[in-house]
Unconditional design. Structure first.
Length: 181
């Protein structure tokens, strides 16, 4: 099975980021695995080549430029022989705290790390599928999909329901910054 044909509903550690993010809810992962138009729009917005933003998950061979070039957590975890940041004696470190504070899709990193430690990655993964899935059509949405990308249900998932105000505020800031460039 190639990366583009994976079953997103079956637990897959390649899609459980070291920092606690759930890769199938990433807009770049969604674009890479099933929505080329979304990937093209992301490439234009980020002013990057499509090949630079393609991603099949944190632990895959093909990660987006940000995760490949800027992620300090993956290298750190590998050096320490751990699978998730929450297993580290220094958790949460200053690097992870900074990372968590920068974007709304990272709001629940601490909760994710705690759940992985408490129930294991497979149960956490199943919980994340539920957390990011549309209650009507079961499509996995990103934290930035206020409306379900397949059926139009609002909110698109429980993550958006819980964090919509912060997501919208950050999207307004991002849009304002982009228009100044």
């Amino acid at each position: 099975m190639n990366d583009g044909q994976m079953n997103l509903f079956a637990p897959d550690k390649r899609l459980a980021a070291i920092c606690g993010l759930f890769c199938p809810a990433c807009t770049l992962f969604i674009g890479t695995s099933e929505d080329p138009d979304r990937l093209n729009a992301s490439a234009a917005r980020l002013q990057r080549q499509i090949e630079e933003i393609q991603c099949y998950g944190c632990r895959s061979e093909k990660r987006c430029f940000f995760c490949h070039e800027n992620c300090k957590m993956a290298k750190c975890a590998a050096e320490k022989g751990i699978e998730f940041c929450g297993q580290c004696d220094e958790y949460p470190c200053s690097e992870l705290k900074l990372f968590q504070s920068q974007m709304p899709h990272r709001i629940e990193l601490w909760k994710s790390q705690a759940r992985i430690k408490e129930v294991g990655v497979e149960k956490w993964y199943a919980e994340m599928v539920e957390h990011y899935s549309c209650p009507e059509c079961r499509t996995i949405n990103s934290a930035y999909d206020i409306v379900c990308r397949k059926c139009g249900t609002t909110p698109s998932c429980s993550y958006v329901s819980l964090h919509k105000d912060q997501i919208v505020q950050d999207l307004i800031k991002i849009t304002a910054l982009a228009s100044k460039e």
